[in-house]
Write a protein that binds this ligand. Sequence first.
Ligand SMILES: *[C@@H]1O[C@H](CO)[C@@H](O)[C@H](O)[C@H]1NC(C)=O
Ligand SMILES: *[C@@H]1O[C@H](CO)[C@@H](O)[C@H](O)[C@H]1NC(C)=O
Length: 175
Amino acid sequence: MASNSSKLALVLLLATLACSQAELGQLKETTMTVYFQDWSGGPNPTMIPITGVSHGEWSFRKFGTVFCTDDPITEGLNATSAEVARGQGMYVTSALDGSNTHVLISIVFTNEEYGGSTLEIQGASRQFERIREVSVVAGTGKFRFARGYATFETVYLDMSSAYSVIESNITILHY
Ligand SMILES: *[C@@H]1O[C@H](CO)[C@@H](O)[C@H](O)[C@H]1NC(C)=O
Ligand SMILES: *[C@@H]1O[C@H](CO)[C@@H](O)[C@H](O)[C@H]1NC(C)=O
């Protein structure tokens, strides 16, 4: 027959298990459409090559080129629409023929709804395809345990000012 103290220990253990399950809550699905405002040239670039093959050209097409970025992310296509986040991180041209870039960026939310939370986007992007898909591998704050995918399409391009707008649909499961 179990003693009172071991019964108590069992009750406490079950209570702890129930508690930690309740904290995680229900798995939720969130989708959003946002726009990356990207200036890869001009006086205030938000995307710059920081290193590459020595004595070689540093460009999106050249294997080994590393870019650092801090793009404003807005809720609408126009750069004047409300900022919801920043896209901060790096891109590395990772295919020998220049066709893929390895994306390593955090979406750092700055708006009221998700401010303080982040999403991590990582993976190969077929950078010259019309629609690119990259995985969402993690998140913080409101997006803890996030996983999912994001699609990207360049919806506006002004070559003369090296300005482009990239639409992104993000679909994630998180707690
Ligand atoms: C944003 O709006 C301004 C003012 O209406 C316009 O001149 C500009 O072309 C728009 N930008 C894009 C990317 O549509
Ligand atoms: C985002 O979703 C909208 C609505 O389904 C679609 O029209 C658009 O092409 C999608 N864009 C991307 C980059 O996936």
